[in-house]
Design a protein around this ligand. Structure first.
Ligand code: ZN
Length: 529
């Protein structure tokens, strides 16, 4: 409506006012995050203009270097999962790709203190590029602003909004656990203020000699495979970020064709030979079977899930199964940040799988507005759901490490008619892993829940684990991404995986595809040419 027939209205606005209008979509589900971020940027438009002008001058300065080269230094995320941070340095510029935390490992931040990091001063970085909003890639982006960085952060629009949502939650969780957060919400605001959003498949100059192009990574909303072209060199460097190569219900699979690609920095989360997950169809069948059995017993099915990505995938699976009559209609309660994260998804249908996008654009077709979805609002409503009939509950946190899922467990774990279905990876040292491995009770107090009253909750409900819904590609997908990549890279650096995973993936790529591979350690530097 706003654009007009053939863009006529937009043109008229430009002709009449001399300004180009930018059209923003109002999410069909109201999102506080999207509204807050947009209002914030509008309120700070004068400062934004100064930032953008400064960035522009920086990019279009005369080149000063008389030598060209391309190097990548790893500040984290090598032979481990977490604290992703890489510095891409060229003759002319230095770019930081991601800056995340390491979940479950207190205090392990990227090696920012080395000369390639921030020792030369936060000002020595020309740009920061964020591949996606997961905290193991993004948590310390605001910290850079505390250290004095005041340059641009390039990411997609949904990544910017999710960065706001997830880092604010990171501060909240950190305080709740009695830790002193490494930065404050002011630094998150600074980070948002400095974002420059880039759409997929749009070439953008981000430094005097470097151009960035994002492509769909299929991993979470707004996730991007990041391609860097360095002027004056033959070096095109691709950072895969986290990828899912096959299509899922929610996203098209990662894109892997580039104008040129010499080096690939490749995630290896599921790089081991035996990291072969069930296919999606199988996973869906297992989930539906568990729900049907629980329903017949009159119980409730509780599904712990990450707020961003996995929850929306599960929502689409449940919506389709109920629409087709494969599982009985019953309320699907969504608890924690899931509703807000879903609202953000509906604000950016362009980033979703083509089929879902089409349905969102159709009136009455939006799968996320399915009548059985219910947003849980507080403990009273949880109590009512517990007292009621069969239902499905999707709740954070995905690894049962806090959040509203604790309340659901207290009520439902002792009930032999109910069940719990894991749809994601349960890391070592999480309560999720303990339950998955057959724990027969939960001590609520030791986890800091239940108002400090010691309580021993017996686990009587059914526990099922369904693999196949991961946001990461499995071994076959990772190999497929490289094998079918166009053009084939000359060198692959396998990162973002445990020791075994990076070793086995790098040897697989070398032996099966004949490409030079390295599984670097943290703090190593590679020169490409
Ligand atoms: Zn991720």
């Amino acid at each position: 409506m706003v654009i007009g027939r053939g863009g006529s209205l937009i043109q008229e606005i430009t002709t009449e006012t001399g300004w180009t209008a930018e059209v923003l979509r109002t999410p069909p589900i109201a999102s506080e995050t999207v509204r807050n971020v947009r209002d914030f940027l509008t309120r700070n438009r004068d400062e934004r203009r100064e930032i953008l002008e400064r960035v522009g001058r920086q990019i279009h300065r005369d080149a000063t270097a008389d030598e060209t080269f391309t190097r990548v230094t790893s500040l984290g995320c090598c032979r481990e999962v977490g604290r992703a941070a890489f510095v891409l340095s060229t003759g002319e510029s230095r770019i930081l790709v991601d800056c995340g935390d390491k979940p479950g490992a207190d205090g392990e931040v990227p090696y920012l203190q080395v000369p390639e990091g921030l020792t030369a001063g936060a000002h020595s970085l020309d740009a920061v590029v964020l591949t996606h909003a997961h905290l193991d890639h993004s948590a310390f982006i605001p910290l850079l602003f505390k250290y004095g960085y005041d340059g641009p952060v390039y990411c997609t629009q949904p990544t910017r909004d999710l960065l706001g949502l997830l880092t604010l939650d990171y501060l909240k969780v950190s305080k709740r656990q009695g830790n002193t957060p490494p930065y404050s919400s002011d630094h998150i605001e600074e980070a948002i203020k400095h974002t420059i959003t880039v759409d997929y498949n749009t070439v953008t100059e981000i430094a005097a000699d470097t151009r960035l192009t994002f492509q769909n990574a299929g991993h979470i909303l707004g996730s991007a495979v990041s391609h860097f072209h360095v002027d004056g060199t033959e070096d095109d460097v691709v950072f895969s970020g986290d990828i899912h190569y096959d299509d899922t219900k929610l996203f098209n699979g990662a894109e892997n064709s580039f104008p040129d690609a010499d080096a690939l920095i490749m995630e290896s989360t599921y790089g081991k030979h035996d990291d072969i997950k069930d296919d999606q169809v199988n996973a869906e069948e297992q989930l539906k079977a568990a729900i049907n059995e629980t329903y017949e017993r009159g119980g409730k099915t509780v599904i712990p899930a990450f707020a961003v990505g996995r929850s929306q995938e599960i929502m689409l699976v449940l919506e389709e199964a109920m629409r087709k009559g494969e599982i009985p209609k019953m309320p699907i309660h969504l608890d924690g940040m899931i509703w807000e994260a879903t609202a953000i998804h509906t604000a950016y249908p362009e980033y979703l799988r083509s089929e879902v996008r089409k349905r969102i654009f159709q009136k009455n077709g939006n799968p996320f507005l399915f009548e059985e979805f219910n947003h849980i609002d507080g403990e009273d409503e949880r109590q009512r759901v517990n007292d009621g009939g069969p239902s499905i509950i999707v709740s954070t946190s995905g690894m049962v490490a806090g959040g509203p899922i604790m309340s659901w467990l207290r009520h439902l774990a002792p009930d032999p008619d109910s069940s719990l279905v894991f749809v994601g990876y349960q890391a070592a040292n999480t309560l999720g892993r303990e339950i998955q491995q057959g724990a027969d009770h939960i001590e609520m107090d030791s986890r800091g829940y239940n108002n400090n009253q010691q309580q021993r909750i017996p686990i009587n409900f059914d526990v099922t684990s369904v693999s196949g819904f991961s946001g990461h590609g499995d071994r076959n997908e990772l190999m497929g991404f490289v094998k079918e990549m166009s053009p084939q890279p000359d060198q692959v650096l396998c990162v973002h995986g445990d020791e075994d995973a990076v070793d086995q993936l790098s040897s697989g790529i070398y032996h099966e595809l004949g490409i030079d591979t390295v599984a670097p350690k943290n703090l190593e530097t590679y020169r490409f040419d």
